[in-house]
Design a protein around this ligand. Structure first.
Ligand code: UD1
Length: 427
């Protein structure tokens, strides 16, 4: 652990949806230190004058350029200080591999506080290591902060639900994105004083990068907008749907994936459907011989004549996109169809109609105030929801505290908590 006027925070990222949630926190820490350096006195108005040493650990759960490296570049995240290189495997293998490698790092770095975000295997693995570690004979360990606490689908079939529940019960500081999280944590008996409603750091990223994303030429590259119209224009943009599917329950069995694809045929006959497919899904499509539902949408460099793209009932398959290209595509889409958690929130913030191909959501605020509807996973349910959302206009409202300042709120709570701990140790 660090000297009296420095605290050490170790942040873990591992998989694609972690990067946009952690980026604003890492930026807020850098900003805190810059301010401190420029004029320490200005921090006396309630903000901590303590310097923060930041260590970033990448577990390597996601390792492809397209699933990881590109996000660091797009989101201006500094190179990780430590890369665990854990890679893929069954849940047990992946979680265990991360735990083994992370324990060594934690014992070496000895941070005052660990930040884990979201609900992926890396989140659970690192929280579990920190909860049981002992820096010395007195049993001291880092505080554990969980960002995006309290979300519950009440579906234990989802690996993420187990990760959420266990991580929340291990955490010392729980940062909640929406009202339902407060209720869920209270019902599980988690003391109120550990829980902080701070808003959504994923939306911090969205608001910070929306303008930059508007400069992306992905729409031209895919032939959905003519270069002449210029960036940030919906004029001359072909109305299109954006699709993502990767949830094991949807794509790992042929019958489930087939049912969903049949539900999307009608949508793909009325407008182009662009599908940046996760490696898991691309592999399943090939394994199950379902290529007939797709056309491979080759991407040019964006400088030439736009590729022809049509609404012939087939889905246009492209490789996974980076953060800025994907944000640009969400922002201009007529409708987004997804089984992702985060995309339900991002479309809500953008006011874009969203169809969620799942039976439940752990993010009910996206339905209550946002633009999301649950379609279920039946062919008819998907068909009906897609039809309804394609006709609906942009609408919805921004959920409470999704205002781009969540990372700063989190950092304020963390600094206060660590200062309190220090004072208690000195007393
Ligand atoms: C993980 C998260 C999920 C999140 C998703 C976003 C868990 C339990 N699940 O699921 O919550 O929505 O990330 O993408 O943590 N693969 C690659 N390259 C990569 C990463 C994965 O090819 O860079 C392939 C591998 O074949 C791997 C499979 O994708 O076996 C699944 O990867 P994994 O990290 O186990 O889970 P995701 O499905 O990505």
């Amino acid at each position: 652990m660090e000297s009296q006027n420095t605290i050490k925070i170790l942040t873990v990222v591992g998989a694609r949806p972690n990067f946009m949630k952690a980026a604003p926190i890492i930026a807020a820490i850098a900003h805190h230190n810059e301010q401190l350096h420029a004029s320490p006195a200005t921090l006396n108005d309630g903000r901590s004058p303590i310097r923060i040493e930041s260590v970033l650990v990448h577990t390597g759960q996601h390792y492809d350029e397209a699933m990881s490296d590109r996000f660091f570049a797009d989101l201006n995240i500094p190179k990780p200080n430590v890369h665990l290189g854990a890679g893929s495997g069954t849940h047990a293998v992946q979680t265990a591999e991360i735990m083994k490698r992370f324990e060594e790092v934690l014992l070496r770095e000895r941070p005052d506080l660990l930040i884990v975000v979201g609900d992926v295997n890396s989140t659970l693995a690192c929280a579990l290591v920190a909860a049981k570690i002992s820096y010395d004979t007195s049993g001291s360990r880092p505080l554990i902060a969980h960002v995006e606490s309290g979300l519950r689908s009440f579906d234990r079939g989802m690996p993420e639900e187990t990760n959420r529940i266990v991580t929340d019960h291990l955490a010392d500081l729980l940062f909640v994105t929406e009202e339902s999280g407060l209720t869920n944590l209270r019902l599980e008996g988690i003391p109120d004083q550990k829980v902080h409603f701070v808003g959504n750091t994923m939306i911090d990223s969205l608001l910070a990068f929306r303008h930059k994303a508007a400069q992306s030429n992905i729409l031209e590259t895919l032939g959905l907008r003519s270069r002449k119209q210029g960036f940030d224009s919906d004029l001359g943009t072909t109305p299109y749907a954006l699709l993502t599917l990767h949830r094991p329950s949807n794509v790992d069995q042929r019958e489930s994936l087939l049912t969903i694809l049949e539900g999307l045929e009608e949508l793909a006959s009325s407008c182009p459907v662009i599908f940046p497919a996760h490696p898991r899904t691309q592999k399943r499509i090939a394994d199950f011989g379902l290529e007939r539902f797709f056309r491979r949408q080759d991407r040019s460099d964006g400088g030439g004549v736009p590729a022809s793209i049509g609404a012939d009932g087939r889905i246009s398959l492209v490789d996974p996109l980076g953060y800025l290209d994907f944000l640009c595509m969400m922002d201009h889409a007529a409708v987004v169809v997804t089984d992702s958690g985060g995309i339900q929130e991002e479309t809500t913030a953008l006011g874009v109609p969203c169809v969620t191909v799942r039976e439940n959501t752990e993010r009910p605020v996206t339905i209550q105030v946002g633009t999301n509807i649950l379609a279920g996973t039946s062919t008819e349910g998907i068909r009906k929801a897609a039809r309804q959302q394609l006709e609906s206009k942009r609408a919805g409202a921004m959920p409470e505290a999704w205002d781009g300042k969540s990372a700063y709120r989190i950092l304020d709570v963390i600094c206060l908590e660590l200062e309190k701990q220090r004072a208690m140790q000195l007393a």
